[in-house]
Design a protein around this ligand. Structure first.
Ligand code: NDP
Length: 313
């Protein structure tokens, strides 16, 4: 039984760096290889640790049992036809990553709630122009996706004192959150929100969910913050919607195509703030689960953070 590590995100961590973090957690004896530099015998690989599923790699691993995603989004694995149905998929859940993403959403909600962009522009033109700030309890923040990360985003917004609405596939009970669920609940909820933070995974049910119809339900002047996946929104529809002010601003950490091409209109639209997929970065705690899953795979115990491949997350 061998573990193979592959990373196509060297700017995050190279395969060798991942190996150096995992090695002490699984012990010196566990056979651990990195692809492509030191692949070992590929027919012995039972567990693949990777950031994305490299096209063609699964076909070289006839005894693969588990793909352990080094991250939370599993859209390149869950429904990937290259991955035989019997291969299991697990993702990471890291408290540091979920905290970072909640902080990111809060930072951009507060940026406009506290009119920071407005006062920066006034300072640049030496203009003294005080504006009454909105009362926090009168401001509604909606959170799309109430899972491990979205649930924390919603709780944090509630702790600050915002009115918080949440939306997920199944019913949820989260203290301080008016949690709604199912397709029919989405548009009425969007109409109530001053800020919408999306922390949805990329699945057949979420791709293109924010389109001309749903964006038109958003409140005039609202802000759309997307930290889930870029294929959630229709880019043309969002650019058109921004021109009508519903929403008035979009904060996009994730794009359908990453890196975003230099000539893409999202770069230069005045209503868009872009960040390069950085809202959740650190995976502290997550690698311990990788080591635990290695042991569980051998002992046959239930795996940690296993993905429902047919649901796609
Ligand atoms: P979870 O699997 O814990 O939660 C997903 C949530 O989305 C659940 O509440 C689920 O509903 C809801 N959901 C899924 N499909 C639908 C649907 N069709 N309609 C309504 N709700 C739906 O995921 P996490 O919270 O851990 O992570 C969310 C995503 O964040 C990841 O998949 C990843 O893509 C992204 N991410 C981005 C990062 C970045 O740096 N930008 C870093 C880390 C993650 P239910 O609870 O009912 O199942």
């Amino acid at each position: 039984m061998t573990i193979l590590i592959e990373s196509n995100l060297p700017e995050w961590m190279t395969a060798a760096q991942i190996r150096d973090v995992v090695r002490p957690l699984i012990g010196d004896d566990a056979p651990l290889h990195i692809y492509p530099d030191d692949p070992g015998e590929l027919d012995k690989v039972e567990m693949l640790l990777c950031t994305q599923l490299l096209p063609g790699l699964a076909a070289k691993l006839p005894n693969l049992k588990l793909v352990q995603k080094l991250g939370a989004g599993v859209e390149t694995m869950a429904a990937n036809p290259e991955l035989p149905a019997g291969v299991r998929v697990c993702r990471l859940r890291s408290d540091s990553c979920s905290s970072e993403m909640a902080e990111f959403c809060l930072a951009f909600v507060l940026r406009d709630h506290k009119q920071i962009r407005h006062y920066a522009a006034d300072q640049a033109s030496k203009t003294w122009n005080p504006i009454e700030p909105p009362i926090t309890a009168d401001v509604t923040v909606g959170v799309l996706g109430l899972g491990f990360i979205g649930g924390l985003v919603a709780k944090l917004m509630g702790m600050i004192g915002f009115r918080v609405l949440g939306w997920s596939r199944s019913a949820k009970s989260i203290e301080g959150v008016d949690a709604r669920f199912g397709e029919d609940a989405l548009m009425p909820m969007l109409a109530e929100c001053d800020y919408v933070c999306s922390v949805l995974p990329s699945t057949p049910g979420t791709r293109g969910l924010m389109n001309a119809k749903t964006l038109s339900a958003m409140k005039p002047g609202s802000t759309f913050i997307n930290v889930g996946r870029g294929d959630l929104f229709d880019e043309d529809a969002l650019l058109t919607a921004l021109n009508t002010g519903r929403p008035a601003h979009a904060v996009l950490d994730v794009m359908s195509q990453e890196p975003l091409p230099a000539d893409h209109p999202l770069w230069s639209h005045p209503g868009v703030t872009l960040t390069p997929h950085v809202s959740g970065w650190h995976m502290e705690g997550g690698f311990e689960d990788v080591a635990e899953n290695w042991l569980r795979l051998q002992s046959g115990e239930p795996l940690l953070n296993e993905v429902n491949r047919s649901a796609g997350y």
